[in-house]
Design a protein around this ligand. Sequence first.
Ligand code: OFO
Length: 176
Amino acid sequence: MISTAMAARMNAQINRELYSAYFYLGLSAQAEAANLKGTAAWFMAKHGEEMTHSLKMYRYLIDQDAAVQLSAVAAPPGEAAGVLDMFERTLAHEREVTAAINNLVDHALSEKDHATSVFLQWFVTEQIEEEATVNDILGRLRRFGDQGQALLMIDNELSAIAKQMKQLAASAGAGA
Ligand code: OFO
């Protein structure tokens, strides 16, 4: 059993994860509309990851005999100016999520809630990897731009990464 205050914070994080999923779904739709199949696949794979994150937290609350409280998910932002803008937004968004996860860990530690603190460590590590991946993509977009051939190349690369992400998700699901 976890405290009511901790459960409320975890419920807020479930909402943030669902918003993340929605945020990436919106970007995937924008990429589809621009005929950028690889970029769309990458954002769709991110959508899937975020849904998994929300469900991990959902399951944790249930396992801890705490109430799951779902609330309205905000609409994602409007149209991005291009792929560079999509990834600038992605990095800013992931940094906010990292800060939120760190706040959750701080709260768990302040309550001496070791179970929640240990549970959240997976998310701490996940955020490091997510920010690093996005930084890497952004580095190339900033250097080579998001038009013409450079865009085609990054779109192909994102397609390959999305395939790997899907395979990883499938093998994690099979092992669960
Ligand atoms: Fe939920 O992993 Fe980033 O946002």
